[in-house]
Each structure stands twice: as structure tokens, then as C-alpha cells.
Design a protein around this ligand. Structure first.
Ligand code: PGA
Length: 251
């Protein structure tokens, strides 16, 4: 049985004080949440404070990106070891906004995954097609390219530590959620790819989140789908109330 996992991707939002307030609220509201893994991903500047508050709770900490080098002359970057040091367990890699605005490619995603794993971080790896690609009937080709390229050279054992997130780019921050059936179709396709690349067991055990306008009122329906194992939540993760309801709705 795959345990559901709900992660909040805060993106470029919240000062340290705002982050502390949100995290304290989530800690209070989610103290009894059971049967689900919960992750919050604030900005880098709030990680240490977040870690202090979340230590020994059921909420894990994640970062939104990472670089693949451990140290050196790479101005502006942050290493997997530094994220571990700040208290992170998870790291989002290959988010569509990184792919779109910061030239992230399957190759850089792949390097980041390997470096994150080597440092003991658990990667949340994002894949997903753009609207034009879906309309041109290329959604599955794009997904195949993202999955095979991002996961190149990894083993079944590596996959035990990786969560995948299917995020159709046209559904991110637009209020347009993929229908549960549209999501399931792609999730099942991804699971089939994992079976081809790795094996049946790895495919069955890998958790695949859905992301794109997940809200308290659509999480239950999405979670009914058999290959959908949780959500990567953007906008709705910025409010105590909506994120709490999503976590509770996922169980
Ligand atoms: P959204 O973002 O929930 O605001 O659509 C999801 C994401 O980008 O991870």
C-alpha cells in the first residue's frame, strides 16, 4: 500500500515571520493527522526557523530546489548538504517553473536528483506537459521524455526514496484542475513507464502526486483515483485552513 503524501510548495512567498506563523498553525491543526506524510517547502530563508518548530512533529521540511555541487564558486546556489544542515528531508526538483523560467532541463534535473540522494534528501520530482503540448496531442510524449530523462541511470533502490509529481502546467495556479480521469490517465501511464524502466515492484511502490490547483473541494475526488497518491499544492498551501483541509481530505 502506498502511503499518501501531501506537500505544500510555497514558491516565492512569506517572510520568516509569516512562515513561522503559518507553520505554527499547521503544527497545531495537523497534530492528529494520521496515515499521511505531510511536507512543507518554504523559501530558503525560512528553512532553519521552520526546522526548529517542526522538529519531532509529523510535518517534514522540504526545499524548493537544490544545486548538484557540494560547494565552490557557484554564486547564488545551495547544495544538498546545506539543505540537510538546515533540517530538510525533502527537496522539490524540476518544478515546471524552474523548467520554464530558469532553464531547468532533464539533464540538470537528473544531476540534482543524484546529488540530493547522495546527501540523504528525498526528491520530489516534477513532470508535466504545457497546454500547447496537450492540445497538439503530445502530452504522453512529453511525460515520457520527462520521466525517462529525469530518472536516467537511477536504480530501483533509488526510486524507493523518490516521489514523482505529475503537474500539468496548464493547471498550475490557473484554477483549472485536470479532471480526476485526466490525471489518472497520466498517472497510470507514468506507472507503466516505471515498470518498463525498472520493474513491476518499483512501479507499484512509487508514489505519484498530482499537482495543479488542488483545493479542499477537489482533493477527495482526486484521491479516489487508484494511481494518485497525494498532491503537490501551491496556492492552497499558503493558508492554514486550506492546507489542513487538503491533508485531512487526502486520508
Ligand atoms: P497550484 O500550484 O496549486 O497553485 O496550482 C501547484 C504547484 O505548482 O506545485
Amino acid at each position: 500500500m502506498r502511503r499518501p503524501i501531501i506537500a505544500g510548495n510555497w514558491k516565492l512567498n512569506n517572510t520568516i515571520n509569516e512562515a513561522v506563523e503559518l507553520i505554527n498553525g499547521l503544527k497545531r491543526e495537523l497534530v492528529d493527522a494520521d496515515g499521511v506524510d505531510i511536507v512543507v517547502c518554504p523559501t530558503y530563508t525560512a528553512l532553519s526557523d521552520a526546522h526548529e518548530i517542526l522538529m519531532d512533529t509529523n510535518i517534514k521540511l522540504g526545499a524548493q530546489d537544490v544545486y548538484w555541487e557540494e560547494k565552490g564558486a557557484f554564486t547564488g546556489e545551495i547544495s544538498p548538504q546545506m539543505l540537510k544542515d538546515a533540517g530538510c528531508d525533502y527537496v522539490i526538483i524540476g518544478h515546471s517553473e524552474r523548467r520554464k523560467y530558469f532553464n531547468e532541463t532533464n539533464e540538470t534535473v537528473n544531476k540534482k536528483i543524484k546529488a540530493a540522494l547522495a546527501a540523504g534528501l528525498l526528491p520530489i520530482v516534477c513532470v508535466g506537459e504545457q497546454l500547447e503540448e496537450r492540445e497538439a496531442g503530445k502530452a504522453f510524449d512529453v511525460i515520457k521524455d520527462h520521466v525517462t530523462g529525469s530518472l536516467a541511470g537511477l536504480s530501483g533502490e533509488d526510486m524507493e526514496k523518490i516521489v514523482l509529481a505529475y503537474e500539468p502546467v496548464w493547471a498550475i495556479g490557473t484554477g483549472k484542475t485536470a479532471t480526476p480521469q485526466q490525471a489518472e490517465e497520466v498517472h497510470a501511464y507514468i506507472r507503466g513507464l516505471l515498470k518498463e524502466i525498472f520493474d513491476e515492484e518499483t512501479a507499484e511502490n512509487t508514489r505519484i502526486q498530482y499537482g495543479g490547483s488542488v483545493k479542499p473541494d477537489n482533493i477527495k475526488e482526486l484521491m479516489q483515483e487508484k494511481d494518485l497518491d497525494g498532491a503537490l499544492v501551491g496556492g492552497a498551501s499558503l493558508k492554514i485552513d486550506s492546507f489542513t483541509q487538503i491533508v485531512k481530505g487526502a486520508v
